[in-house]
Ligand binder design. Structure first.
Ligand code: ATP
Length: 344
């Protein structure tokens, strides 16, 4: 298969297992975001793919070739790592041409390639600027162009946009995704920003404790989280205790209709996204709660409710604005199609 295969890749630092038997297939031309809380092992995994760290177990295969022990410079990679900053004393053009120069590419070919790359990152005409005269976003684009100069097989980025302010970061996410699609280059990005992962990735890999908890498309991760960790980590959700008593399904101790745990499981959690709760008059088969707070953010309205002592959040848009007020008793309608039952 063309693409990247991680086969039981493991990294131990002494007795501590930072990456634990990771199994992942990244088909050629796809964009993968590795996402997880601090310390989950995502950077260590990326460093092993890059050849900057040696796995203590497992193998890494790129386009059918075992590269587990191959030195970094032979892997044909493009890398944008926080530690690999631009050379401050060189111009934009010299920075981008650097990997070509050290590979002995001819002067004319270098100039041509730099022009192509500058056009690609929308910085045509910037070749002679010193990099320290650029904005943060421009510098990041130059780092990306430099990494792509050698037309790598695999493009690896570690938190590439984390130093940028929120607006610029969002714009760069779209730019990076478009660039990747245009070039069809297999790309792996480490991030702790789930919005960033959802924007760019074909596949989001959620990690925790050195293990992959789920690898799937952004929307599947969001709609069908594999477990409580993923449900809670991706977006916000209400995780409500669910139990069965006398054939009735109870959520927060109240009977609800249309939702049942898998056979044999009597005690689970129900993950319900805030936007999947509709507020109505109290009624049969619905949860009943009391409005405790309303946060009107203009574009969305968050209604906080006390349901049997547990805080539940419902989100609506101004158009569907439920007319509720603090202290009011309301019914919560949960569409069984959107709620996910997870093992406790
Ligand atoms: P962050 O988002 O904070 O960068 P991460 O998910 O990238 O986190 P890693 O940097 O991969 O996490 O680290 C995973 C775990 O391995 C952490 O507990 C870290 O302390 C440990 N670790 C990483 N490098 C080493 C090392 N050289 N020696 C010992 N432990 C290490």
């Amino acid at each position: 298969m063309s693409g990247l295969i991680l086969n039981a890749v493991t990294k131990q630092f002494g007795p501590f297992t930072a990456v634990d038997q990771v199994q992942l297939t990244v088909p050629h031309g796809t964009f993968v975001c590795m996402l997880g809380p601090s310390g989950c092992g995502k950077t260590t995994l990326l460093r092993m793919i890059a050849g900057l760290d040696l796995p203590t177990g497992g193998e890494i295969v790129l386009d059918g070739q075992d590269i587990t022990r191959m030195p970094t410079h032979k892997r044909n990679l493009g890398m944008v790592f926080q530690s690999l900053a631009l050379f401050p004393h060189l111009t934009v053009g010299e920075n981008i041409a650097y990997p070509l120069r050290i590979r002995g590419v001819g002067r004319e070919e270098q100039v041509k390639r730099v022009q192509e790359l500058l056009a690609m990152i929308h910085l045509t005409g910037y070749a002679d600027r010193p990099v320290n005269k650029l904005s943060g976003g421009q510098r990041q684009r130059v780092a990306i162009a430099r990494a792509l100069a050698i037309s790598p097989k695999l493009f690896l980025l570690d938190e590439p946009l984390s130093a940028l302010d929120a607006k610029l970061r969002e714009a760069m996410q779209v730019e990076l995704r478009k660039l990747q699609q245009q070039l069809g280059i297999t790309t792996i990005v480490v991030t702790h920003d789930q919005r960033e992962a959802m924007t760019m990735a074909d596949t989001v890999v959620v990690m925790n404790g050195g293990k992959i908890r789920q690898a799937a498309s952004p929307i599947e991760i969001y709609r069908r989280p594999a477990d409580r960790f993923v449900a809670d980590f991706i977006g916000s959700t209400n995780l409500l205790p669910l139990s069965v008593q006398g054939g009735n399904t109870l959520v927060l101790g109240q009977p609800v209709s249309g939702i049942a745990p898998p056979a044999g499981q009597s005690s689970c959690s129900l993950s319900v996204r805030p936007e999947d709760i509709r507020l109505s008059a109290p009624g049969e088969g619905r949860l009943t709660g009391r409005v405790t707070f309303i946060r009107d953010l203009g574009g969305t309205i968050e209604t906080f409710l006390d349901v049997a002592g547990t805080e539940v959040v419902a989100v609506s848009t101004p158009r569907e604005r439920p007319v509720v007020s603090i202290g009011q008793e309301v019914g919560l309608i949960i569409d069984p199609e959107t709620a996910v039952v997870l093992a406790a």
